[in-house]
Design a protein around this ligand. Sequence first.
Ligand code: NAD
Length: 256
Amino acid sequence: MTATSRHKGTVLVVGAAGTLGQAICAVLADQGASVCAADARDCTDLVTALGRTHQACQVDVTDEQSVEALLSQVWAMGSCQGVVYAAGTNYTGPVATTSWPDYDRVMNVNLRGAFHLGKAVSARMRQNPRELALVFLSSVAGLKGEYGGSVYCASKFGLIGFVESLASEIAAYGGRANAVCPGNVDSVMLRELAVQVAERTGNVLDHVLAEWANAIAFGRLIEPAEVAQACAWLVSPESSGISGQSIVVDGPPPAA
Ligand SMILES: NC(=O)c1ccc[n+]([C@@H]2O[C@H](COP(=O)([O-])OP(=O)(O)OC[C@H]3O[C@@H](n4cnc5c(N)ncnc54)[C@H](O)[C@@H]3O)[C@@H](O)[C@H]2O)c1
């Protein structure tokens, strides 16, 4: 199978305007998918830059009706083969000082939004079984807790539990669902987090970033395209034997 024939239909990317969303859209388009790029932010320029007929949609993942409307639009196209959930938001800070608005903001986007999407897709598949693969962006923070990460980690751990359960349910309708767990990706989200950690610890920003890069034996951050390749493969028929799994995109520990 050549790279250009890997995808046979439309792939919906939610959170398409983010660092990883953009990289995922680019890889999918390159591999022959029709991309439906959805985000709270406008994706028109992104879709134009992809270079052929793709579609931009607006959605607020925290609003079930908005997700329903998006899914109805995508389902009407008739050829949806995959859905990638790359919407997300972050917060760092100790449990003792975490506000409920920050808790709600992270949970609503990272977990409830994913549930809205999984619910809308599985309800449609239940009525009309079809081959379709979903991928949800969790994180290595969904596998191991870390200082200041209580809310973010809880949302990403929860997402993995949701994906494993969803995968078990939709198998009967021809569906698959997997989580992708990236390590530290060179991205806007990571750099914003590094600024907050530098302020909290009194450390220099470059040192924080260097420490994260050197946390793996590659001695560098993961590239967005490396995460995108894993997502694109997981929504393609080439990964037909994989569902209910969490695929880590990260390097091994450095030498002791
Ligand atoms: N960047 C990293 O290092 C990293 C590492 C591991 C996991 N992740 C996860 O991967 C995903 C993507 O990360 P990213 O770096 O591209 O983040 P990002 O902040 O660049 O992109 C997130 C996107 O989600 C969209 N979004 C937020 N709230 C929304 C809402 N209510 N409705 C619709 N869209 C909304 C934003 O507009 C943005 O375009 C996130 O879930 C993140 O937690 C990122």
